[in-house]
Design a protein around this ligand. Structure first.
Ligand SMILES: Cc1cc2nc3c(=O)[nH]c(=O)nc-3n(C[C@H](O)[C@H](O)[C@H](O)COP(=O)(O)O)c2cc1C
Length: 176
């Protein structure tokens, strides 16, 4: 994994890929799938995420105030859906799904070696957690795996339908 400037984080999350969110509490790591997220601020990168309070990850995220957002490519699609269909309360998902947990630099939650990008996050704001399970996260460190060339992200259309990122086109825009 090599450093990614924080100014480039936005390009990873702007298209709304399905991501993995890792947490760690009392030495035990967990991972869930997440698609309800959006950019809130460009720099420092702030991300709004819904982590339901029925998820095992919720308590770990709320009490440790940190996590990793790991971005999988389409090769991991089936695994990602399986990860999002069982709970860390019952199973060690890193072990069950053969994921390699790599120590992060700024947070206790692990990076996921198989993902092409990993974003270390700390909670920036919890004002809407009680009402909407909505956490505002600040990305404090970002990594990319340069060996994964042109990774294609997975996008959730609901009810078991997904699309894989397609052809890129370039257009003039005022957005950075
Ligand atoms: C494609 C996909 C997207 C998901 N997105 C979210 C999400 O944005 N927020 C959420 O709370 N759960 C989401 N889930 C459900 C959680 O991943 C699922 O409840 C998971 O089992 C929670 O794991 P945990 O109990 O170990 O924390 C999603 C699941 C899938 C398959």
């Amino acid at each position: 994994m090599r450093d990614l400037p924080l100014s480039k984080v936005y390009q990873l999350l702007e298209p709304g890929p399905v991501v993995l969110l890792t947490t760690a509490i009392k030495g035990r790591a967990n991972v869930m799938a997440m698609s309800w997220h959006m950019m809130v601020e460009f720099t420092p990168p702030l991300v709004a995420c819904i982590v339901s309070n029925v998820d095992y990850s919720f308590a770990a995220l709320r009490s440790t105030k940190e996590c990793v957002i790991a971005i999988p490519s389409r090769k991991l699609a089936r695994k990602v859906v399986s990860i999002g269909s069982c709970s860390g309360q019952d199973v060690d998902k890193f072990k069950r799904f053969g994921l390699m947990a790599v120590p992060a630099k700024c947070v206790a939650a692990p990076l996921v070696a198989e993902c092409f990008a990993n974003l270390e996050c700390k909670i920036a704001n919890t004002r809407l957690v009680n009402q909407y399970n909505l956490f505002i996260l600040e990305v404090v460190k970002a990594w990319v795996d340069a060996t994964q060339k042109n990774p294609k992200t997975i996008h959730h259309h609901g009810y078991g339908e997904f699309v894989v990122d397609g052809r890129r086109i370039k257009l003039q825009t005022r957005m950075p």
